[in-house]
Write a protein that binds this ligand. Structure first.
Ligand SMILES: Nc1ncnc2c1ncn2[C@@H]1O[C@H](COP(=O)(O)OP(=O)(O)OP(=O)(O)O)[C@@H](O)[C@H]1O
Length: 331
């Protein structure tokens, strides 16, 4: 069941720097253009792309941290219209965000107990002190911070990075959301503990029926954890499909580049993500397909017209003029 859906989401920011145009206005940063994405109950989806491609902006649009320039949100199939008031607050409760840096999202002066009890109180889930204590303990157990008594009264700085991220996850769960958007949730954590936090998120999605969006620059981890992957480049979606199929036979040259650049223990020479150049500016993105200046198999049409969406069957699609060519790179 689709829990949360963004349809044709577009976000243009007013840029604070750069030259002004003829009317004295600065051109907008076209951070997100025409992004459609659907999250399913009990399922992990991944949104993958390089730094600056607009992933965090998509996360914030889905969580309604700020409004979209255009496009629609649907929660359980119902269009979301409230941008303030009780219905808006309820939406913000149901769609929770987990950030990259758990330290900055926890108040350094408050103990773990406070961080978890506060949302329980605000949303009326705990009606007595005793119920609150029980619920805080349950939340800590759900994120495997046990024995719970050891963690209740800790301050954020007394916890490891992984433990802090688990507290942030528990806090998000406290308000009983239907969707969780995890924006690079492990990229600031020690490599040795990343797997544990990702497994926890996966378990929570499966057991609690949460719809989980895992946002990452690391397509290798997305392949491992997510059922489906959507790839983003310079503000636009370029390819999507079931993780295994997409990573086994990528159809967009950019997805192929991402896979080639991903860490691979069997490869002798180190990968070079910038082999085909750098991502473009989002103030003046290239015309046509935004990837064409970096694409090794670009055709003349790629620089003049943006490719529409080609359905490839079995839940796969891509935006590429050569979508139907089996392997344009190998030609
Ligand atoms: N509030 C803002 N005002 C102006 N420009 C912004 C704002 N937020 C993001 N941008 C710009 O929008 C583009 C996309 O940023 P975003 O943070 O969504 O990318 P990202 O893929 O999440 O990158 P990273 O992984 O580095 O966070 C960038 O060019 C960024 O500078």
């Amino acid at each position: 069941m689709i829990v949360l859906e963004g349809r044709n989401l577009t976000k243009h920011f007013t840029s604070a720097r750069g030259p002004r145009g003829r009317l004295g206005r600065r051109p907008p940063v076209r951070a997100v253009e025409d992004v459609s994405i659907a999250l399913r109950a009990g399922s992990v989806s991944a949104l993958v792309g390089e730094s600056g491609c607009g992933k965090s902006t998509v996360a914030r649009l889905l969580a309604q941290v700020y409004p979209a320039t255009s496009g629609d949100l649907l929660l359980r199939g119902e269009p979301v219209r409230a941008h303030r008031g009780a219905a808006f607050r309820d939406y913000r409760r149901q769609v929770q965000l987990i950030f990259q840096d758990p330290f900055s999202s926890l108040n350094p002066f408050h103990r773990v107990r406070y961080h978890l009890a506060r949302p329980l109180r605000i949303h009326g889930h705990a009606r007595s002190d005793e119920q609150e204590r029980t619920m805080v303990a349950e939340l800590l157990e759900r994120v495997s911070l046990t024995p719970v008594e050891q963690f209740m009264d800790k301050l954020p700085h007394e916890l490891s990075g992984g433990q802090r991220q688990r507290v942030a996850i528990a806090r998000a769960l406290a308000v009983q959301p239907v969707a969780l958007i995890a924006d690079e949730p492990v990229s600031m954590l020690d490599v040795s503990i990343r797997l544990g936090v990702l497994r926890l998120l996966e378990e929570l999605a499966k057991e609690s029926g949460l719809a989980l969006l895992y946002i990452t620059h690391d397509i290798a981890s997305a392949r491992y954890f997510a059922e489906d992957i959507t790839v983003m480049y310079a503000g636009r979606l370029i390819e999507s499909g079931p993780s295994e199929a997409l990573t086994q036979s990528p159809r967009h040259p950019y997805t192929r580049l991402l896979l080639e650049s991903a860490p691979d223990p069997d490869r002798v020479t180190p990968p070079d993500a910038t082999r085909h150049g750098e991502p473009p500016s989002l103030i003046a993105p290239p015309g046509g397909c935004r990837f064409h200046p970096r694409c090794t198999v670009a055709l003349p049409v790629c620089s003049s017209e943006a490719p529409g969406r080609t359905e490839l069957g079995e839940g796969r699609w891509t935006h590429c003029w050569q979508a139907e060519t089996p392997d344009p790179v190998a030609r």
